[in-house]
Design a protein around this ligand. Structure first.
Ligand SMILES: Cc1cc2nc3c(=O)[nH]c(=O)nc-3n(C[C@H](O)[C@H](O)[C@H](O)COP(=O)(O)OP(=O)(O)OC[C@H]3O[C@@H](n4cnc5c(N)ncnc54)[C@H](O)[C@@H]3O)c2cc1C
Length: 457
């Protein structure tokens, strides 16, 4: 089509957009991509990667304490926030460079600019006020943190975006929210030495996760010194002479140097020109797509967080890959959003795959619950009072494992391989017949003989 400048124009240089652009270019498509902030997107620049680096940093405080039980004498400890930020920024800059180079090597044309839609084939590149026409457009603009716009004093709060670049490390922090980003950051601030409070309006943290995990993580976070308040929320925030003062609905006064809101994320669709192009969105602002990631406008597709399907990096990448294979490679396939293993880098960590107990009972009625809560071997010498939880849910008739949930060290790593087993339809007998790896915590998964509970709803 000589009429078009590009076969594909991608808006958003994050996980989904970059993968789609590279794969499509590999099939010989003429591809352009626009990124308004930094290539790599949320995950690389202000999400998964810097967050995990902060988690590593925050764990040393406990490691130093635990070392004493193994005969070590650890000298005076000092934490330097500026050094951590500098090291993290260098690594992020390196990764951003890798993303840019990979796109360039694939033959993709890069624009450092915000881009908006003008119609079903036209994209306006704002930095140089240029309009380009593409046969196909992919929207991969991700999501952005929610703030409580109506909250008096709401202008004083930060979100995860700012948390990665604070000029000074705060001595007192309140994190508002109960999702995975909130619990992860509460663990980071606490581990790095801040007096930390988690304030969540719901009944229990980590809605949507297995009930036992939620309860146990709550207990373990409190044991580490984090104050966890559920069933309450901020009514107002004021700036005082000594920092911020938050008043909660239940009448508590919470003083803090920083208050971070992690109360969910919304699709980045405002001002994107979706109306001009006729792209339909849901009530929450997410772009509606079919299983091939196509919107109601045949020339426009959308992948990743902006579609609010499963908001995780590997999902966005896979959706972008499937789109490019399908539309430009003649190899149609679509992303399977079922049975996705996930980790929460809380302290202790969570790794989970499959149905929660609540979901399993609702779906199947009859469920055998295998549960093991124990003190990991390391803590027999460290003396730390920390429990690990392993939980397996089995459908008694078929013997099929419906879900596995782990709380404890390296649970995220475990969930990756558990995901393979569960997607293959592993039964409890398959786990039982697998030889244990000794001495590990994971051997509990193949040695849980009797159900701790037989639910027959
Ligand atoms: C603090 C935090 C921690 C996270 N941790 C994890 C984790 O541990 N594991 C995990 O799997 N996921 C994690 N996520 C989620 C993960 O980052 C997202 O699911 C993933 O980045 C989604 O990819 P995407 O391509 O949809 O969007 P993004 O990666 O957000 O990329 C969208 C890009 O589009 C750009 N953009 C937006 N509008 C425009 C426009 N109009 N023009 C040009 N460019 C535009 C943005 O600047 C951005 O770079 C985390 C997220 C956060 C915030």
């Amino acid at each position: 089509m000589t009429d078009f400048d590009y076969d594909l124009f991608v808006i958003g240089g994050g996980s989904g957009g970059v993968r789609a652009a590279r794969i499509a270019a590999g099939y010989g498509a003429r591809v352009g991509i626009a990124e308004e902030y930094r290539y790599g997107g949320t995950c690389v620049i202000r999400g998964c990667v810097p967050k995990k680096l902060f988690v590593y940093a925050s764990k040393f405080s406990e490691e130093f304490e635990d070392a004493a039980g193994f005969g070590w004498q650890v000298g005076e400890r000092q934490f330097d926030w500026e050094k951590l930020i500098d090291a993290k920024d260098r690594e992020i800059a390196r990764l951003e460079g890798v993303y840019r180079r990979n796109l360039e090597r694939a033959g993709v044309e890069l624009f450092d600019s915000r881009a908006v839609l003008e119609d079903e084939h036209t994209v306006h590149i704002l930095s140089d006020d240029r309009r380009v026409r593409a046969k196909t457009i992919l929207i991969a603009v991700g999501a952005t943190p929610n703030v409580d716009a109506g909250l008096p004093g709401g202008e004083h709060v930060i979100t995860s975006n700012e948390a990665f670049h604070l000029a000074d490390f705060p001595k007192r922090v309140v994190v508002a929210g109960g999702g995975y980003i909130a619990v992860e950051f509460a663990g980071i601030f606490n581990g790095l030495g801040a007096e930390t409070t988690l304030l969540y309006r719901g009944e229990e943290i980590l809605r949507g996760f297995d009930g036992d995990l939620r309860k146990m993580l709550h207990e373990e976070m409190e044991r580490k010194g984090i104050r966890v308040i559920c069933g309450d929320t901020f009514a107002s925030i004021e700036k005082g002479p000594d920092g911020l003062i938050g008043q909660t609905q239940a009448g508590e006064t919470l003083a803090a140097d920083r208050i971070m809101f992690a109360i969910g994320r919304r699709p980045n669709t405002s001002g994107l020109g979706l109306e001009a192009a006729g792209v339909a969105v849901s009530a929450s602002g997410a772009i509606e797509v079919d299983e091939t990631s196509r919107t109601n406008v045949p020339s426009i597709y959308a992948v990743g967080d902006v579609t609010d399907r499963v908001n995780l990096t590997p999902v966005a990448i896979r959706e972008g890959h499937a789109f490019a294979d399908t539309v430009f490679g003649g190899k149609p396939w679509s992303t399977d959003h079922d049975m996705i293993p996930t980790a929460v880098f809380s302290q202790p960590e969570i790794g989970t795959v499959g149905l929660t107990q609540e979901e399993a009972v609702a779906c199947y009625g009859a469920v055998d619950v295998y549960r093991a809560a124990f003190r990991p071997m390391k803590h027999t010498l460290s003396g730390r009072e920390e429990k690990m939880l392993m939980k397996m849910l089995v459908e008694p008739d078929s013997d099929r494992v419906l879900g596995v949930h782990v709380l404890g060290a390296d649970a995220g790593e475990l969930s990756q391989v558990l995901g393979v087993a569960l997607r293959m339809g592993a039964t409890k007998a398959d786990f039982d017949s697998t030889m244990a790896v000794h001495p590990t915590a994971a051997e509990e998964l193949v040695t849980m003989r009797e159900p701790s509970e037989r639910i027959r709803a």
